[in-house]
Design a protein around this ligand. Structure first.
Ligand SMILES: [Zn+2]
Ligand SMILES: [Zn+2]
Length: 60
């Protein structure tokens, strides 16, 4: 992949890939290759197991 420019997250390392969701260019440290997203989008797309308790509605 020919990505030019710096990672838009840390702005210190060369970007390796582009987030398919927001288009952010990210270095390897800030790009989740398994989901092809930057770490920001990957964190939002990833279901957080710690928040499952909010789904419980009827708890009388
Ligand atoms: Zn980075
Ligand atoms: Zn993104």
């Amino acid at each position: 992949m020919s990505v030019s420019g710096l990672c838009q997250i840390c702005e210190s390392r060369p970007a390796q890939d582009r987030c398919e969701n927001c288009g952010t260019f990210a270095c390897r440290a800030h790009y989740e290759r398994t989901v092809r997203l930057c770490v920001d989008c990957a964190a939002q797309a990833d279901p957080d197991p710690g928040r499952n308790e909010d789904v419980d509605v009827h708890r009388f």
